[in-house]
Design a binder for this molecule. Structure first.
Ligand code: BGC
Ligand code: NOJ
Length: 827
C-alpha cells in the first residue's frame, strides 16, 4: 500500500494521506540552522547542535506520536483545523505534503478554504521561513482566525527534559509589534536568543503555554484557539511559547499571504542590550526579518535553494532502465547522504539529538557518500575527525560538533575506527586529485603542538591494527568493532552498564579489553582498506614503505585463511576465551554478514573458491524477502561473552535484524565478483523506492534508508514469527546512505573515482541493455553511454573517449572544463 508518490521532475515525494504508517519527515537547513519537519508539521529546530542549542521543544516517545511542531490553527466558524491535519486532526477535504530538497510544502483544504504552507531554511540564513498562503475557494466571503504556534525549548535539550525545578522558573520573553523574542538566560550567560515573527500586524499573541493551551487541554484543543481569541499572555517562567493571532477576511477567490520567520541570533557580548542594559539589541534580528518579509523575497530564497540543489545533484546523474534506481541515485540517496553529512547520527525521529554527536567511524563513512558533491567541506570534515585521533592511531569514538573535541565519556578503543580514516582520505583524493590533504598538519587529540601530517595519521591508523593483534594474528576486537553490540570484553551482568564503555575488572590489568578476543571483521576491513594506503605510498614514491605495508596485508590474508575461514564462510570473531564466534560449530549465530563482503573484495582465498562459497552461503543462510539478516540463527539467549547483540529479541537491530548498512557490503561484493543479478536483487530488496508499494509493512519513509528492517525472526520471542518482519526502523541517520550510494553508483553502475581517473566497470542485471550517465569529475564533464549488447552482468570490452579508443577502462582526468563523450561496450 502506498501513501503518496514520487514527483521526480520536482524532486519531491508527495504524501497524500496524513496518516502515514509512521511520521515521514524531512530536513530543512544545511549550514547552521536545522529543522526536522514531519508530514504533519511536527518536529523541531536547533542551531548546529541538537543538544546544546535546541530552539523549539519536541516530545520524543509521546502518545500520540509526533507531538510538538510548528502548528497553524485555523478557526473558521466552529471548525478548527490545521493545514497539516495534526494536531487537531479534523478531517480535511484535501491534504498534501510535498517533501522536497530542503523544503516542505503542506497544503490542507477545509470548507473551501485552502492553506498552503511552505517551510524552508534559506541558504546562509539562521532561520526557518514559513509562508502561509490562504485562499478562499468558495463563492461567499470568509471570516476566520489564524493562530501560529511554536514552543520554545530552554536551549539545552537534555536539561530541558529533566531539570524542572529550575526550568519552570527561568523562561523569559519580549514582545515587540509582531515579533516574539525568546530570551531565557540571555541576560546572564547566553549570547543567543530566538524570535518568531510575521510580516503583518497581529490582533493578539500568546507567550505562555498554559494560557494558550490550558493545563488540561492539549495541542489538539488549545483553549485560546477554541475561544477564538489570543489572551496576550506574557510568559514569566513556566513554559514560554510563541503564538500570533490574526483575524482574516477573504472575498471569494481572494488570497492572502503571510510570511513567518523562526530565527536564531547570536550577539557579541558587548552588544547584547540596548542602552537600558536589559532590552535585547535587535539590530541583527531586524535585519534578518527584513531579508524575508515579502512573498517576492521568499520566492527568491526558494529559487536560490533550488539552484543550490540543482548544482549538488547535477554532479552525478544516471539514466538506467529502472526508474526506481534513477530516483534513488539522482535524488534521494544523494540527498540523504547530505543529511548524514550535516547531522551525523544526532537528530532524527529515532535519535534524540541529545546522546550522540559525530562518530569517528560514522562520519568517515559518510564522506564516501557525499564527497563528490562537496569536496571542500569533506576535506574540512576529514581534518576535524582526524584531529580527534590519538598519536598511536587509536581514536576518540565521538566528538561534539560545537566543540569538535573528542568525547571523553565514550573514550576510544573501538577496533575498527582508524581504518575508516584511510578510506575517507582515499575517497577524497580519488574524487579530487588533491594530494595536498596528505601534507596538512593535523593535531592529535586536538593538540596542535603534537600535530603531524595527514599522511602520518594514515600511517598510525594502519599500524594501529598491525600493532594490536591477538593470538591468531588477527586484530584485537577491543571494546567493539563496527558492530557496537559485539562486546567481547564486557561480560556485563549489571543493569545500566553501557556495553560500549563498561570495563570489566577482569580485563583492567590488560588495559581494559581482552588480549585474546579478535575481530575477523576488522581483519577483512584491513585487507580491503589497506591497499588504498599502499597506493598512496606508491604514488608518493615511498616504495619501501609501500612494500612493508603490502607485506602486512598479505600476512593478514594468510592469517585469515589459516584461522578464520570456516569452510564455507569467514568466522566473525574469536571471543575472550579464544572460542570461535560465527562458526558452524556454534549453536546460534553460526554465520555473520560483516566480515564476508570485505573478504570477497580482498580476494581472500579466491584461488580456493572461498569468495563464491562465501557469497553462496550468505544467499543460503542470510537472504530473506526484505534483505539480508545480520546473523543466523538469531541469538535466543543472553550470551554474557558476546554482550549487547544477544540482548535484542531475534530479528531486531544487531541480533539478526536486516542491518541495511552491511547489506551494502554484500551488494558491493556480489558486484565485484561479477554477479550483477544478485547484487541488484539485494539492492532492490532494501532500496527505499522499492519499498514504496509495501509502505504499510515497511512503515518508514519510502525515500530514505533506515538503519534496519525487522528480520525474519522478528516476533519470534512472542511465538509469532514474522510479526514485524520487513518493518523499517531508525530512518535517515545511518551509514547505510553512504554505503548504498557507493554500492549502486560505484559497484553496480560502475562509475567510480579512482586515484588515476574515473573507472567505469558496471556489474548490472544481465537483462539491462545498458545505461547512461553524466558525471562531473575533476573539472570536466563525462557524458557516458554504456551498452550491453551481449547481456552480460560484468565486463568491459571497449571504451572510446570522444570517438577514440582507449586502453583499459579508466577515463583520464581531463580537467579542461569540457564535456567528453564516453562510449563503453560491455561483453
Ligand atoms: C546500538 C547501536 C549503536 C550504539 C551506539 C547501540 O545500543 O544498538 O546500533 O551504534 O548503541 O552507541
Ligand atoms: C549504528 C552506529 O552508528 C554505527 O557506528 C555502528 O556501526 C552500527 N550501529 C552497528 O552497531
Amino acid at each position: 500500500m502506498k501513501f503518496g508518490y514520487f514527483d521526480d521532475a520536482n524532486r519531491e515525494y508527495v504524501i497524500t494521506s496524513p496518516r502515514t504508517p509512521y511520521p515521514w519527515i524531512n530536513y530543512l537547513g544545511t549550514q547552521g540552522f536545522f529543522s526536522l519537519i514531519s508530514n504533519t508539521a511536527g518536529g523541531y529546530s536547533f542551531y548546529k547542535d541538537a543538544r546544546l542549542r535546541r530552539i523549539t521543544r519536541y516530545r520524543y516517545n509521546n502518545v500520540p506520536i509526533d507531538m510538538g511542531g510548528r502548528y497553524f490553527y485555523i478557526k473558521d466558524g466552529e471548525t478548527i483545523w490545521n493545514p497539516g491535519w495534526s494536531p487537531v486532526k479534523t478531517e480535511l477535504d484535501a491534504y498534501e505534503c510535498r517533501h522536497g530538497m530542503g523544503y516542505t510544502i503542506i497544503t490542507g483544504k477545509k470548507n473551501d478554504l485552502k492553506a498552503e504552507v511552505t517551510f524552508f531554511v534559506p541558504q546562509n540564513y539562521d532561520g526557518e521561513v514559513q509562508q502561509v498562503v490562504l485562499t478562499n475557494e468558495g463563492s461567499s466571503s470568509k471570516e476566520f482566525s489564524l493562530f501560529s504556534f511554536a514552543e520554545w525549548c530552554l536551549w539545552d535539550a537534555q536539561d530541558d527534559c529533566t531539570n524542572f525545578q529550575r526550568n519552570y522558573s527561568t523562561g523569559r520573553v519580549e514582545v515587540v509589534g509582531s515579533t516574539i523574542y525568546h530570551k531565557t538566560e540571555y541576560r546572564d550567560r547566553r549570547d543567543h536568543f530566538a524570535f518568531y515573527t510575521v510580516n503583518d500586524t497581529i490582533d493578539g499573541y500568546d507567550t505562555d503555554r498554559d494560557a494558550f493551551i490550558g493545563l488540561y487541554n492539549g495541542f489538539h484543543n488549545p483553549e485560546a484557539v477554541m475561544a477564538g481569541k489570543a489572551t496576550d499572555s506574557f510568559a514569566d517562567g513556566w513554559s514560554p511559547i510563541a503564538s500570533h493571532y490574526k483575524k482574516i477576511t477573504l472575498a471569494p477567490g481572494e488570497s492572502k499571504t503571510l510570511v513567518y520567520i523562526l530565527g536564531y541570533v547570536e550577539m557579541p557580548a558587548d552588544q547584547k542590550f540596548e542602552a537600558d542594559g536589559k532590552t535585547i539589541n535587535k539590530v541583527k534580528a531586524l535585519k534578518m526579518i527584513e531579508q524575508y518579509d515579502t512573498p517576492e523575497k521568499v520566492a527568491a530564497g526558494m529559487a536560490e535553494l533550488k539552484a543550490a540543489w540543482d548544482k549538488l545533484l547535477g554532479i552525478l546523474n544516471v539514466e538506467t532502465p529502472d526508474d526506481k534506481v534513477n530516483r534513488m541515485v539522482n535524488i534521494w540517496n544523494q540527498y540523504q547522504c547530505m543529511v548524514t553529512f550535516n547531522l551525523s547520527r544526532s537528530a532524527s525521529y529515532f535519535e534524540s539529538g541529545i546522546g550522540r554527536g559525530m562518530g569517528f567511524r560514522d562520519s568517515n563513512q559518510d564522506v564516501l557518500g557525499f564527497v563528490h558533491q562537496i569536496p571542500d567541506r569533506a576535506r574540512e570534515r576529514i581534518i576535524d575527525i582526524a584531529s580527534t585521533q590519538f598519536p598511536d592511531g587509536g581514536c576518540y569514538h565521538q566528538y561534539q560538533p560545537l566543540t569538535k573535541k573528542g568525547n571523553a565519556d565514550i573514550g576510544g578503543d573501538f577496533s575498527d575506527d582508524p581504518l575508516w580514516l584511510i578510506l575517507s582520505v582515499s575517497a577524497y583524493i580519488k574524487e579530487t586529485g588533491d594530494w595536498t590533504i596528505l601534507d596538512e598538519m593535523v593535531p592529535y587529540d586536538n593538540d596542535m603542538s603534537i600535530a603531524q601530517t595527514m599522511l602520518e595519521h594514515l600511517k598510525v591508523s594502519f599500524y594501529h591494527i598491525v600493532n594490536n593483534l591477538g593470538p591468531h594474528g588477527l586484530p584485537l576486537a577491543m571494546r567493539a568493532d563496527w558492530n557496537d553490540c559485539i562486546n567481547l570484553s564486557c561480560y556485563s551482568d549489571t543493569p545500566g552498564e553501557s556495553f560500549q564503555t563498561y570495563t570489566n575488572p577482569k580485563f583492567a590489568a590488560e588495559g581494559g579489553y581482552s588480549k585474546i578476543a579478535e575481530s575477523v571483521m576488522v581483519a577483512t576491513l584491513f585487507t580491503y582498506t589497506g591497499p588504498n594506503y599502499v597506493a598512496i605510498l606508491k604514488h608518493l614514491g615511498k616504495d619501501d614503505e609501500a612494500a612493508k605495508a603490502q607485506a602486512e596485508i598479505d600476512k593478514m590474508k594468510a592469517n585469515i585463511m589459516e584461522s578464520a575461514f570456516d569452510g564455507d564462510w569467514f568466522l566473525r570473531a574469536y571471543d575472550a576465551e579464544g572460542k570461535k564466534m560465527g562458526s558452524k560449530e556454534c549453536e546460534e549465530g553460526k554465520i555473520f554478514i560483516e566480515p564476508q563482503g570485505f573478504a570477497v573484495m580482498s580476494e581472500i582465498g579466491k584461488e580456493e573458491g572461498a569468495d563464491i562459497k562465501t557469497l553462496n552461503a550468505i544467499d543460503k543462510y542470510l537472504n530473506t524477502d526484505f534483505g539480508l539478516v545480520l546473523n543466523n540463527p538469531a541469538f535466543t539467549k543472553y550470551y554474557v561473552q558476546y554482550g549487547e547483540i544477544s540482548t535484542y529479541p531475534g530479528g531486531y537491530k544487531e541480533n539478526a535484524g536486516i542491518f541495511t548498512h552491511n547489506n551494502a557490503w554484500i551488494i558491493c561484493a556480489e558486484a565485484y565478483a561479477g554477479r550483477g543479478d544478485k547484487a541488484f536483487e539485494y539492492y532492490s530488496k532494501i532500496a527505499p523506492a522499492f519499498t514504496e508499494e509495501t509502505s504499510d509493512i515497511h512503515k518508514t519513509e519510502p525515500y530514505v534508508y533506515g538503519q534496519m528492517i525487522g528480520g525474519k525472526d522478528a516476533g519470534s520471542d512472542i511465538g509469532k514469527p514474522g510479526n514485524h518482519f520487513g518493518q523499517g526502523k531508525n530512518s535517515w541517520l545511518t551509514g547505510t546512505a553512504a554505503w548504498n550510494m557507493v554500492a549502486i553508483s560505484q559497484y553496480i553502475l560502475g562509475i567510480a573515482a579512482d586515484f588515476d581517473g574515473l573507472r567505469i566497470d558496471p556489474s548490472i542485471p544481465a537483462a539491462w541493455d545498458g545505461l547512461s550517465a553524466k558525471r562531473e569529475f575533476r573539472g570536466a564533464t563525462y557524458d557516458i553511454k554504456v551498452t550491453n549488447p551481449n547481456h552480460v552482468c560484468k565486463g568491459v570490452k571497449a571504451v572510446t573517449v570522444d570517438g577514440n579508443a582507449i586502453e583499459g577502462n579508466v577515463l583520464p582526468a581531463f580537467g579542461d572544463g569540457k564535456t567528453h563523450t564516453v562510449e563503453v561496450t560491455m561483453g
